[in-house]
Design a protein around this ligand. Structure first.
Ligand code: AMP
Ligand code: MG
Length: 561
């Protein structure tokens, strides 16, 4: 038996030959020890040129850079939940060594700082080399056998900064910080956010690219991910005909992120790359279905913003559907073409995957295979979308064909008058899906008033169509071998009550600009349980207020960040 003792007692115990274990009274005050496993840095080739000056970087995966020293870093927030996933406490994160590390002031143990080289197709056109223009990796750490890469956003210039300053403003950093954690708690694949600080520096931004630049508070976000590799990482090597490094990158990605595909002998290389591409298609498909389910619009689905692991990455001018409008995009840069609107997301994902297919072709060398997988993406999406919509409606038992009409009729109805995408499904869960109560659809409609933006103005014929649809729905819901309360539970499990609504983001940002970070904390807490009822936080579930309808930042955003 080992006694738990203090350090002083241990010295005496040792003299007496007694076996003891030291009790650490105050772990928080101990020097933090992280386990580093800098895979990307150690296993892949670095740019031999040093310095942060802008340049074309060839035949290398990253450039060594030093984050800039921010004048006066101050805490805005720490995600305790993200920290915990790394085996760290908020106390540890807010300690001086961590603050210095996460603000870019200094290294921590074996941390390594570097910016990655990648390219990408932006708005449908090849943009050449892009890279981490204002993101700096600070190392990969291990907790419970999981390796996580940490990246600072807004920590200064890199060789990939092009015309930018390598900085980030508080406004956009709050949006990324809260939204990535909200996405995680919705159960949707995403990069995460660990911490947010102001830098003490003022940053010049023309928020709407309309010739009105203003100084804004600078910020540094620390985000985390199993990997920050994007489609564009593969595209840059393929575009330059650098097939050796393309293969090195593919092998690295498979070794660390798709190890189950490595069972094929080396002479079947093409086979493992084929399986790799197929899996990227599958994870991207799942991601888009999840976004469509919760009404998320990414806003800039360029191939450099597509994660090879199917994660939501780069939270820029994104937004959440308030009322259902399939053509909606928050991104002002995309207003004329709406390439990245809500309903375009599956098509754009497929197009982006076709760019990845092109990049991987030299390794796979089978165009028919790639075409087949890309075509399957479209078919699988159609099927997956119907399944997703059926589950949003709580229809579990197999009647997919006849449900399709019900779903399509609903989409048509939702599009006709402004109906809140989130509240609609929560209210629908509450109505009685009981065939014997079919006649009460008028009451049901009244109970659902809140999900319409202009209930009192709804035309009679619309109300009638809506009641007819509700009747059909109630009949269908009542016909399944499922207790109505279980239908409700199933629906509320996948239809969130709390999303990071655009106007909530704007309110939290305005308060933060006044030095009040309380709403950030309240949102972080509420959005940890997006599917639960939280009566004390009812205000965060309200549909968009009228003042936010056209307010910049709520309904419109630019890439300026
Ligand atoms: P994004 O639209 O955020 O995906 O960015 C596209 C490219 O521009 C990426 O290579 C970014 O790193 C780069 N970039 C965006 N903003 C800045 C900035 N302020 N400074 C340097 N590079 C930037
Ligand atoms: Mg990006």
């Amino acid at each position: 038996m080992k006694y738990l003792v203090t350090t002083n007692q241990a010295v005496i115990a040792k003299l007496l030959g007694i076996s003891v274990k030291i009790r650490h009274h105050n772990r928080m005050k101990q020097k933090p020890t992280l386990i580093f496993n800098n895979r990307f840095f150690n296993e892949l080739k670095a740019d031999p040129i040093l310095g942060n000056h802008c340049r074309e970087v060839n035949e290398a995966f990253y450039s060594l850079v030093t984050p800039q020293n921010p004048p006066e870093p101050k805490w805005v927030s720490v995600s305790a939940n993200c920290a915990e996933s790394l085996g760290l406490s908020t106390e540890q994160i807010t300690s001086k060594p961590f603050q210095n590390w996460l603000s870019g002031r200094s290294n921590m143990q074996e941390s390594q700082s570097y910016a990655m080289c990648y390219g990408g197709h932006q708005f449908g056109h090849w943009a050449g080399q892009l890279g981490d223009g204002r993101a700096i990796n600070i190392g990969e750490i291990v907790h419970q056998q999981q390796t996580t890469a940490l990246q600072l956003k807004g920590a200064g210039l890199t060789p990939y900064s092009r015309n930018g300053d390598g900085l980030a403003v508080l406004r956009s950093s709050i949006r990324e910080y809260i939204c990535s954690e909200a996405m995680y708690h919705l159960g949707i694949a995403t990069t995460r956010a660990l911490s947010l600080m102001t830098s003490g520096e003022q940053v010049l931004r023309d928020m709407f690219y309309d010739g009105h630049p203003e100084m804004e508070p600078g910020a540094i976000l620390c985000r985390t991910s199993p990997s920050f590799i994007r489609f564009g990482h593969f595209e840059i090597f393929a575009a330059r005909g650098d097939l050796d490094n393309l293969k090195t990158l593919a092998d690295f990605t498979l070794r660390h992120h798709f190890p189950h595909l490595l069972h094929h002998p080396a002479d079947l290389d093409a086979k493992k790359y084929k399986m790799f591409f197929k899996e990227v298609c599958q994870s991207s498909l799942k991601l888009i279905l999840d976004w469509m389910r919760v009404g998320f619009v990414h806003g800039v689905m360029n191939t450099d913003n597509m994660s090879i692991l199917g994660l939501t990455i780069d939270f820029g001018p994104y937004g959440w559907l308030d009322h259902y409008d399939p053509n909606w995009t928050p991104n002002t840069t995309d207003f004329s073409h709406r390439r990245y609107s809500y309903q375009q997301q599956p098509m754009v994902a497929q197009w982006n995957l076709s760019r990845l297919a092109n990049a991987l072709f030299p390794l796979i060398k089978d165009a028919d295979f790639l075409m087949k997988v890309l075509n399957e993406f479209a078919e699988d999406y159609q099927q997956g979308w119907l399944e997703m919509m059926r589950s949003k409606l709580g229809l579990v038992h197999d009647d997919a064909e006849s449900d399709e009409d019900l779903v399509l009729q609903l989409m048509h109805l939702l599009e006709q008058v402004e109906t809140d995408w989130t509240l609609f499904f929560r209210h629908l869960a509450d109505i009685d899906g009981d065939i014997s109560k079919t006649s009460s659809s008028g009451d049901d409609l009244n109970n659902m008033q809140d999900c319409f933006y202009h209930f009192d103005d709804l035309p009679q014929d619309y109300l009638q169509q809506f009641k007819d649809w509700l009747n059909k729905y109630k009949k269908r819901a009542g016909s399944q071998q499922l207790l109505d309360k279980d239908r409700r539970i199933n629906m509320n499990r996948i239809n969130p009550k709390y999303i990071f609504r655009n106007y909530l983001a704007q309110m939290a940002i305005e308060k933060a600009h006044d030095g009040d970070y309380s709403m950030i904390e309240e949102l972080m807490e509420t959005l940890q349980n997006p599917y639960e009822e939280q009566p004390e936080r009812e205000n965060f579930s309200q549909k968009r207020p009228e003042w936010a309808r056209t307010k910049p930042g709520c309904s419109t955003l630019s890439c300026s960040s």
